[in-house]
Design a protein around this ligand. Structure first.
Ligand code: ISE
Length: 337
């Protein structure tokens, strides 16, 4: 955000790879709202898009090749917001150049390549990568986690998630609902329970007429946790009303819910209610701010504090099994290496 930092040290010089919806949001965040960081470069194969974005800020360099951005000595750390199928080479480049990376989910498209990243990072002997599971940084989700960890509600037994998008691009296929959307709840459940998912079933209810031809939407996923707990998730990405993400945790001594959207409550024109945000950039704006600030602070200290490549790998394994279950309707066992 600024060239003067709270501790007198140089700000973290951040490059952003991919300036589509999420990357543009992160670039603006780093440039305007994150302390001790500076947006210095963006990379995107669509140079027009990159140029238009960079024009909004001072002194931001533009790269067509993301690997050149990573290698550039003027870039200290990298936000990877490109599509998942190019994450592997971009994360590997960050590891090779010893640069901290915040990589948007999914870590990669399949378990094998995610595991290659876990191993490459281990071989380098230094943790450098945080995966963008931003729900962990959402103030409500963080409070829920703290409450469960305090033991006040007793042992966690069940989690019920709702994940609804107003709409998605037509290119969004059934498998992407698992890999790009459900993946968040995969991480939430591993994190809240503090356990691995050992079995996943993805059910296919009758699809909405708003779904693109052949797309199974909504889907209902059921996870079995290693300790015997269970979780359900409704993922519905063309629900038309707006963006809604909720999580209810049911424990031995009570339950707790986040995401009820109880912002400003209005009574007007014979109606009562509040607003449903349009998309995740609005719903999770605070979570993204906290996530990126925490990543910047940790990178400047030389640490990684958020979800790791292992978390990214574990989520990819579960989603891969979920995509199989979606095809067959049968439960799939999940095994981590
Ligand atoms: C998108 O890629 C995200 O990560 C959003 O958080 C999620 O809600 C949405 O379903 C995905 O398409």
């Amino acid at each position: 955000m600024t060239e003067s930092t709270q501790d007198g040290r140089r700000p973290l010089r951040v490059g952003v790879i991919g300036v589509g919806m999420m990357g543009a949001d992160h670039a603006e965040r780093v440039a305007n709202r994150i302390a001790n960081a500076e947006l210095v470069a963006v990379a995107d194969p669509d140079l027009e898009r990159a140029t238009a974005l960079a024009a909004g800020f001072d002194g931001v360099r533009i790269f067509a090749d993301p690997l050149e951005l990573v290698a550039d000595p003027g870039v200290d750390a990298v936000v990877i917001a490109s599509p998942g199928f190019v994450h592997e080479e971009q994360v590997l480049a960050c590891l090779e150049h010893g640069k901290f990376a915040l990589c948007e989910k999914p870590l990669t498209m399949d378990a094998e390549s995610s595991l290659r990243l876990v191993e490459a990072e281990r071989r380098g002997g230094r943790q450098l990568v945080q995966v963008g599971f931003m729900r962990r940084f959402d103030p409500e989700y963080a409070a829920l986690k703290a409450m469960l960890d305090s033991g006040d509600l007793g042992r966690l037994l069940l989690v019920h998630n709702v994940h609804r998008n107003k709409t998605v691009p037509d290119s969004f296929r059934s498998e992407m609902i698992v890999r790009d959307s459900l993946v968040h709840e995969v991480d939430v459940c591993r994190w809240l329970f503090g356990e691995e998912i050992v079995e996943i079933t993805v059910h296919s209810p009758a699809p909405t007429s708003n779904a693109a031809e052949g797309v199974i939407d909504p889907q209902v996923a059921v996870f079995r946790m290693a300790g015997g707990g269970m979780a359900t998730t409704e993922v519905f990405v063309t629900c038309t009303i707006g963006y809604e993400v909720r999580c209810e945790a049911s424990a031995e001594l009570g339950n707790a819910t986040v995401g009820l959207g109880s912002g400003v409550f209005v009574r007007s024109a014979n109606r009562w209610g509040g607003e449903v945000p349009d998309d995740f950039r609005v719903r999770f704006a605070a979570a993204y701010d906290v996530e990126v600030q925490s990543w910047v602070d940790a990178s400047r200290r030389g640490e990684v504090v958020g979800p790791t490549t292992w978390d990214g790998y574990a989520a990819t394994v579960v989603c891969e099994a979920g995509m199989e279950s979606l095809k067959s309707g049968a439960p799939m066992k999940v095994g981590l290496s």
